[in-house]
Design a protein around this ligand. Sequence first.
Ligand SMILES: NC(=O)CC[C@H](N)C(=O)O
Length: 303
Amino acid sequence: MDYQAVLEEVADFARPLVGRGQVADYIPALAGVDTGHFGMAVADVDGGVHGVGDWERPFSVQSISKAFGLALVLAEGGEKIWERVGTEPSGNPFNSLVQLEYENGIPRNPFINAGALVVTDRLQTLTGDASTTLLEFLRAESGNPSVSFDPSVAASESEHGDRNAALAHFMASYGNLDNPVPAVLEHYFWQCSIEMSCRDLALAGGFLARHGLRADGTRLLPRREAKQVNAVMLTCGTYDAAGDFAYRVGLPGKSGVGGGIIAVIPGRCTLCVWSPGLDTRGNSVAGVAALDHFTTLTGWSVF
Ligand SMILES: NC(=O)CC[C@H](N)C(=O)O
């Protein structure tokens, strides 16, 4: 496969959509990001990486961090996490509160904010420092030691974090958080603030395409748990648009309101696309279109 040629063709296809949509202005530090960016990278399972456009420019990973957090909790603590968070799509916005009361403080899945807060809480208990553990893992897997938090984004989220605080306190009232709410929120905001490029993220997500094997060949997850993470990404990774994403792209994917999306072709490669303009459900407009075109051109979906 001539990855470079495919990426150029995908970028040409997506170009008219770049700039469409809105940035996530509910996080003021993200409100000023230029919607004119577009980048895409492919990291194949053997470590080769290719890219197009702004593929080496760091952006705020936001909820893409949720996929890595879940993988680390499974790696450290195994499947017990599934007693505290479900595996069903929510059909609701990523920051919605409504299901939590009906469902006794158990979030539908680990990729909505409520679920990710539970995962962060568990990672904090297992490691003593959830956000640093995540950062170090991302540095190692991407091979880029300069991957960092953006303190201004973390502070901005914290200052405007009433919704996430409400979710966390509500779950704490059901006994579904072990650590104090402020500590869980702090680690969650820091993990969302990590800045990475498409290149970094495609490489860091390589273990999902390698059925659980890390970049150095050691095993992070048993094959079964790598399957679980990919499956939940497919069904829940793009929130209340997961059905549409599966229909259009046909791959496990995880988006973030920074405009990035990672997608996995198990056994072959991991993709990352970035363009900051978001649709109404918080997914990159040009990013989803690019992934749709990539799987159409290559025939490489999971279906
Ligand atoms: N979908 C997202 O990327 C949301 C993450 C964002 N940090 C939030 O908590 O609202």
